[in-house]
Design a protein around this ligand. Structure first.
Ligand SMILES: Nc1ncnc2c1ncn2[C@@H]1O[C@H](COP(=O)(O)OP(=O)(O)OP(=O)(O)O)[C@@H](O)[C@H]1O
Ligand SMILES: [Mg+2]
Length: 224
């Protein structure tokens, strides 16, 4: 369970203050896929970076399974980023000189999974996302965009995080591949009991989510 309360983030720029995230409050359950929609510059990526502890809020709290993230020390924050949260990006962000399987295994290494379990776990994750077994040893450049995103999803879920943050995961894919990636995120969320927050510009994609939240100038509201 993710509980976000009164989250605020303002950027102070030469051109003035930008209230990127304003008093944002919402909850999301385990296994739930929540779409976040909103215009360019509305604060979607900023919100995800606060939830992923890539940036610090000015005010407000983030609680995951009863634990306040603000209470973590530096080591706890590093552990959170490598074990409790998974990221999926528009441009896949796989490591180009590693194979699909090695990309997943590296995430497990960062999460301090026992060495002897990593190979089997990586293979199971690639199977979960539907990558052909024969492609597990290929480097990203030898995979299609949809296949690369499947690998990125396998990597994000590998260490069994509670929270997956996906920023425009279908933005570089054609429509039908995008739809497949969203159904995959839904299946993985319910199978792994993780909360998935997915930022999208695409109305059709957002309709596949369990719930929709809209952000406008940093202010979040639930769409009925
Ligand atoms: N590091 C930063 N310093 C200053 N301003 C920033 C910074 N990051 C984001 N902003 C500003 O905060 C606002 C929200 O940006 P954000 O990237 O969260 O928008 P977004 O909804 O993800 O947009 P897009 O759909 O284009 O990705 C924008 O006005 C942006 O210019
Ligand atoms: Mg963005």
């Amino acid at each position: 369970m993710l509980k976000v309360e009164n989250l605020d983030k303002t950027f102070h720029t030469g051109a003035g203050d930008v209230h990127a995230v304003q008093n944002v409050t919402f909850n999301a359950n385990d296994g739930e896929v929540v779409a976040i929609i909103g215009a360019s510059g509305s604060g979607k990526s900023t919100l995800l970076s606060l939830l992923g502890l890539l940036d610090a809020p000015d005010r407000g709290s983030i609680e995951i399974d009863g634990n306040q993230l603000a209470n973590l020390d530096a080591a706890g924050r590093t552990k959170y980023r490598s074990t409790q949260v998974g990221f999926v990006f528009q441009q896949f962000n796989l490591i180009p000189n590693l194979s699909a399987k090695e990309n997943v295994k590296l995430a497990l290494e960062f999460a301090h999974w026992p060495k002897e379990d990593r190979e089997a776990r990586a293979e199971a994750m690639l199977e979960m996302v539907g990558l052909d077994a024969g492609k597990a040893d290929r480097r990203p450049a030898k995979l299609s965009g949809g296949e690369q995103q499947r690998v990125a999803i396998a990597r994000a879920f590998a260490a069994q995080p509670q929270l997956i943050l996906a920023d425009e995961p279908t933005g570089s894919l054609d429509k039908s591949t995008g739809q497949k990636i969203i159904s995959l995120l839904r299946e993985a969320a319910s199978q792994q009991k993780a909360t998935v927050l997915v930022v999208t510009h695409d109305e059709k994609i957002s309709q596949q989510a369990d719930r929709r939240l809209e952000i406008e100038d940093g202010v979040l509201k639930e769409i009925a």
